[in-house]
Design a protein around this ligand. Sequence first.
Ligand code: PLP
Length: 401
Amino acid sequence: MYKVRADFPILEQQVYGKPLVYLDNAATTQKPRAVIDAMAEEYYTVNANVHRGVHYLSQRATDLHEGSREAVRQFIHAVSTREIIFTRGTTESINLVAACFGEQFMHEGDEVIVSVMEHHSNIVPWQLLASRKGIKLRVIPMTDKGELELEAYEQLFNEHTRIVSVAHVSNVLGTVNPVQRIIQIAHAHGVPVLIDAAQSVPHLAVDVQQLDADFLAFSGHKIYGPTGIGVLYGKEEWLEKLPPYQGGGEMIGHVSFEHTTFNELPFKFEAGTPDFVGTTGLAAALHYVEQIGIDEIAAYETSLTDYALQQLRTIPDMRIIGEAPERGAVISFLVGDIHPFDMGTLLDRLGIAVRTGHHCAQPLMQRLGIEGTLRASFSFYNTMEEVDALVAAVRRVSQMF
Ligand code: PLP
């Protein structure tokens, strides 16, 4: 795995005279040369607006853009490219479902089930819908280890339940939620499920057909692609039933002042000029990940995370936040009563980039009775030596307090 580091020029640098140890991959990943080059190449040689042009460059840009959609379809094993909608990221994908599904299928008193460990982007869109339509949020609780309580989840269903929306992998606890089971239970009640796959698609194989997910969202920038591009997968049968999200060019069939018809899937949900260079970058990123192999990535990151957990636990007063056995490449922790912000700032001076704070999961922090954590999150380009550097730095900083 170590040889892949050469593909990420940014990792070679020093910060404050120390080698950069980048452990903030859950927030955003670095980009390999292949992604940056593919995007630069498109701007240098192809750039033209997609879909509407008859000229050469426009057709090439369109082919690249639609080829990227096919790359996404293959990566998550969707049936058809009609089910792949390009968005700005996970946040926009969830907002799209909340707005369109909510508009079509939810009425006052209806309920959405989310979990206690959701990112704000899978809470607030539903709250906005709640204030518009009078719907209610029901929350799946978790154990102290950070596992969702499936029996309590089942109890939440009633005749008002319209949709379930849960994270595949928690960006704080690292818990890999049993989404296949969660989906089976929801389907047994006739309820569709949206999976927030922001933290899973980059780290483990995700097959939307095998999961039987109705909707699934992820962000390009967390899987080595560019910022500003993301995906909403939706089963065709659901997407057909939803109204458009935004109005504008591209999403229409025919427009007159009297009546407008809408384009077919997936364009119905893609108003305006799409980020066609972003989609090229995303496809290059997925291709890069496929070349390494998602199963190899998962295995390597698991060994890195296990080693980090084992080493961090040797530090006095270490508290790992999230002890679920099924976990991804994310470790949240606290040491004694040292404020995460203070520890994070000092780690930064030692070249170690970790995230501190509530990680956009304040309701989870409330459940845990803490204000925030330090969070180290790993990628396949991280090394065991970097884990050692993290552990040594945390030990050193904790001795200073
Ligand atoms: N969901 C989860 C679990 C996340 O970790 C994140 C980002 O950290 C998001 C959603 C939001 O992703 P984005 O900001 O790329 O839209």
